[in-house]
Design a protein around this ligand. Structure first.
Ligand SMILES: Nc1nc2c(ncn2[C@@H]2O[C@H](COP(=O)(O)OP(=O)(O)OP(=O)(O)O)[C@@H](O)[C@H]2O)c(=O)[nH]1
Ligand SMILES: [Zn+2]
Length: 441
């Protein structure tokens, strides 16, 4: 089992053994430190130009206003995100992103009381002399080194000192979990980047909601990651009921690996650990046991489960910390609050994959644009009549398509209006320029 010393988000709890973290960090700060967070030779190759420019690679652990927690070869650090301001929020830095860091151009204020710092002064970085393998990289400025928050409460970003590092660029993502945005804006919001495995939790203690499962499956496929279905709370289900749900899930998700688990008797947890690889996220309805699974995979109670969850001012339960945590068997787990209760966004490809049998039938419809209603020669309706396709599947497909089209069209409308705004701004600028020129003597 890997030592957990490089875990940037482990809360300090006053336990003196945890306060010995800094020297341990040094020991773990070989390039292997970053490979525990998913660094690969391919990323190394993609990073070459940044490396040549003197930038250092990092993975984003958590983002808050203007700052983010990252992990680098040298250990955890804090970096400003202000140098990156993409007009499309879906390109904003997010948990799981790989980034290139450079020393911040912003003046570093006097080191004041840092709410993130531990009470004991930090010794000089042990990697500076002990790790020749990393000395080729610029060492982190002292003020950028970062200790995990002293409590689960996130530090007030306004009062924290300006980090001495900033994100200079994000590496291209190979996958992303995107949520359709809240009503104020119509951009998709990326909840996790560079995800390899999406674990969809389905509770055996409640009746299966096929539509909800199909929606999550579409989202998983659409992210570019590999879905895995986990049937949780096996201890609460009669064997026959569990078998029925398993059969239905396999029908809904052909080719998707399925495991049955219980957080109470531990069944299936090792199988799940063996099934996931790379960067993993857990999605599923509230109360299905995601935190319980996460804790089992992590081997520690790092994430709050239902019983001890904090409540925010609105009386809602919230998972307090946004995290990216290395797993004992390799790989990392991302658990962000937004991943809970996720919707659908631009997931057309994922939907076609989930409803592959309908797409296949539709190829035999007489009309290319058949809506599968009452068109003559509709192969989909024929399959329903013949009992080969449950009507519910077609209804669910349509419902999710409508939802997806709505999210997509909102996004398109937004892009159009942004283009128009930009054009107006240019016109205004030109007008002002002409006016200035015309007024000159
Ligand atoms: N009997 C039984 N209870 C479980 C199991 N897994 C989780 N629970 C309980 O179910 C409740 C919800 O579990 P969580 O792990 O917090 O569920 P969650 O999916 O993380 O919930 P949200 O954070 O609301 O999304 C808790 O009371 C757990 O103790 C299980 O396998 N068996
Ligand atoms: Zn048809």
């Amino acid at each position: 089992m890997r030592p957990r010393s490089d875990d940037p988000s482990r809360p300090s709890d006053g336990n003196p053994s945890h306060n010995r973290r800094t020297p341990e960090l040094g020991a773990a700060s070989t390039p292997g430190n970053l490979s525990a967070y998913g660094w690969t030779p391919e990323l190394g190759a993609a990073f070459t130009p940044y490396h040549e420019a003197g930038l250092i690679p990092a993975r984003i652990v958590r983002v808050d206003r203007g700052r983010c927690d990252v992990v680098t070869e040298h250990g955890p650090a804090r970096a400003a995100t202000s140098a990156l301001h993409p007009s499309d929020p879906s390109l904003a830095p997010c948990t799981g992103d790989w980034a290139a860091l450079r020393p911040s151009l912003a003046p570093t204020p006097e080191p004041g009381p840092n709410p993130n710092a531990e009470s004991n002064p930090e010794p000089p970085p042990p990697w500076a002399s002990a790790q020749p393998s990393v000395s080729a990289l610029p060492p982190l400025p002292a003020s950028a080194r970062h200790s995990p928050p002293a409590s689960a409460q996130p530090a007030d970003p306004e009062s924290a000192p300006v980090p001495a590092l900033e994100l200079a660029a994000l590496l291209p993502r190979h996958s992303a979990i995107v949520r359709s945005s809240a009503s104020r804006s119509s951009h998709g919001q990326v909840l996790a980047a560079n995800v390899d495995t999406v674990v969809i939790a389905v509770s055996l203690a409640a009746p299966l909601d096929p539509g909800r499962f199909e929606r999550l499956l579409a989202l998983a496929w659409d992210s570019g990651a590999r879905p895995v279905a986990v049937l949780t709370k096996a201890d609460l289900a009669a064997d026959d009921d569990a078998d029925a749900v398993r059969t239905e899930v396999r029908l809904l998700a052909p080719g998707v690996e399925t495991v049955t688990t219980s957080g109470v008797d531990g069944q299936g947890l090792a199988d799940l650990a063996a099934l996931i690889s790379g960067t993993t996220v857990l999605i599923g309805p509230s109360g299905t046991g995601k935190s319980t699974l996460a804790n089992a995979l992590l081997g520690e109670d790092l994430l709050a489960t239902g019983a001890v969850r904090a409540q925010d001012g609105k009386g809602r339960h919230t998972t307090v910390r946004r995290e990216l945590l290395p797993l004992p068997g390799g790989g990392v787990l991302i658990d962000t609050p937004g991943l809970r209760g996720i919707g659908l966004h631009d997931a057309a490809d994922g939907l076609e994959q989930v409803f592959g049998e309908i797409e296949e039938l539709a190829r035999d419809c007489r009309f290319g644009d058949c809506a599968h209603d009452s068109e003559p020669g509709c192969a989909v309706q024929a399959a329903i009549l013949a009992g080969d396709l449950p009507r519910r599947r077609l209804d669910s497909y349509r419902k999710l398509q409508r939802e997806n089209e709505w999210a997509t069209s909102r996004n398109d409308a937004r892009r159009r209006s942004e283009r128009a705004d930009k054009q107006k701004a240019i016109t205004r600028h030109l007008r002002a320029t002409y006016k200035f020129r015309d007024q000159r003597p």
